[in-house]
Design a protein around this ligand. Structure first.
Ligand code: GRF
Length: 195
């Protein structure tokens, strides 16, 4: 399975996925890592691991112009699955349609609760006792695509947003890799029309 990865930040989810590939626990290869942030840690990690990188700076650009540049850059790449791993841009419908393959995202809450930014903080401030993370397909609705997998994380009495987020992130690493493996193994079947 050829993965095309998008990320804007640390890329710990991507690193977990990549480590599984290196350990032969995931029968996949990374075609390229794409980012809107040239000094993002995910880009540095990719470079250090000889993975192709594509950085398209979005500053001063309209969304359609920025997305067009990405499409131009990935036009000739061969990939089976798009992995959003901390990619901080909302994808337009046109962009989603123009990517050839299904797009996966990981979100740090039990969707449909707490979509959007700072999901861990939203859940913490709401006062839920259980939160977690969700792997889902990406469609035009932010964090609204079909749910593929979820994991629960209990909110402890002495938690802070940071301690809770850290425990959710541990589960993200497990569930994202597991979901990709189950797609590769055919245990999860994706409609290749993707949405
Ligand atoms: C994760 O919490 C993920 O759920 C969210 O963005 C964060 C990315 O973290 N979409 P990382 O870049 O994978 O470390």
């Amino acid at each position: 399975m050829r993965l095309l990865v998008f990320g804007s930040g640390i890329g710990s989810n991507f690193q977990a996925i990549h480590r599984s590939i290196l350990k032969n626990e995931l029968d996949a290869e990374v075609v390229a890592v794409i980012s809107d942030v040239h000094d993002a840690a995910i880009i540095e990690y990719a470079k250090n691991n000889d993975i192709d990188t594509i950085v398209v700076d979005n500053s001063g650009k309209e969304r359609h112009e920025y997305e067009r540049l990405i499409i131009d850059n990935i036009h000739d790449l061969n990939y089976d699955l798009v992995i959003l791993a901390g990619y901080m841009r909302i994808l337009s419908s046109e962009f989603i349609r123009s990517l050839k393959m299904p797009i996966l995202n990981i979100h740090p809450s039990i969707l449909p609760s707490f979509p959007g930014l700072n999901a861990q903080k939203q859940a913490f401030e709401y006062g839920v006792k259980i939160t977690g993370c969700t792997v889902h397909l990406v469609n035009e609705i932010v964090d609204g695509g079909k749910i593929l997998a979820q994991r629960c994380v209990e909110v402890k009495n002495n938690d802070t947003v940071d301690s809770l987020s850290a425990r959710i992130l541990e589960q993200e690493h497990i569930i994202y890799t597991k979901t990709i493996r189950e797609i590769i193994q055919g245990k999860i079947t994706l409609n290749m029309q993707k949405i």
